[in-house]
Design a protein around this ligand. Structure first.
Ligand SMILES: [Zn+2]
Length: 202
């Protein structure tokens, strides 16, 4: 008899999928979901320790309104940003922080990414940056919450993406499927922007 995958299994599946597609890397990244009053989140070392082959029992689960996640010995360093976004936006049900291969050149150069393909244009005309804050800090979490405010409509419908200077991308979404879709569109769109340079060569 078929039984639907648990939230932990869904997160593990998505981690493997994103790693295979070079949307996640070994150095870091994290995935979380909201279910009711609980947050489920990948542990620290998802990349460098597990290579995104995470045992489902290693997915952390804590109450969103408590700081239990932040005190957990296996918490990801980005846990504070995930928690603050879930608390600020009740419609957000999934978050992915990643270092996608075609997006990173733009993060390194701190250049916003214009949306040049239709699948990416549904997320806006351009993918912009948060202001640089200390990594893994409460301030960074607050900055992400503030930058998502103008994108709140997108958060309810599907997903919104923010670039992080010299770092990666932070995606908040109405579901895990929308978060994956947004990440793939953003990376493909970034590839298209880069590849247009080759097309302009004689
Ligand atoms: Zn990161």
């Amino acid at each position: 008899m078929y039984s639907a995958p648990s939230i932990e299994e869904q997160i593990v599946y998505v981690g493997k999928l994103l790693f295979k597609r070079r949307l996640m890397d070994i150095s870091g990244g994290n995935i979380s979901c909201r279910s009711g009053v609980y947050i489920y989140m990948t542990p620290t070392g998802a990349g460098h320790q597990y290579h995104w082959n995470i045992p489902p029992q290693e997915i952390l689960c804590t109450h969103i309104d408590s700081d239990e996640l932040l005190e957990h010995p296996k918490r990801s360093r980005e846990a504070i940003s995930h928690l603050l976004v879930y608390r600020a936006y009740p419609t957000v049900r999934a978050i992915i922080h990643a270092h996608p291969i075609h997006v990173l050149p733009f993060c390194a150069a701190e250049r916003a990414i214009p949306a040049v393909i239709k699948s990416a244009q549904v997320f806006g005309a351009e993918f912009g940056f948060i202001e640089e804050k200390p990594e893994y800090s409460y301030e960074q979490g607050e900055e992400i919450v503030a930058r998502l405010q103008p994108l709140a409509g997108l958060l309810e419908q599907q997903a919104a993406a923010l670039l992080m200077p010299k770092h990666g991308v932070f995606i908040a979404a109405a579901s895990l499927a929308y978060a994956v879709d947004c990440l793939e569109c953003l990376d493909l769109n970034a590839y298209c922007v880069l590849a247009q340079k080759w097309l302009s060569q004689p």
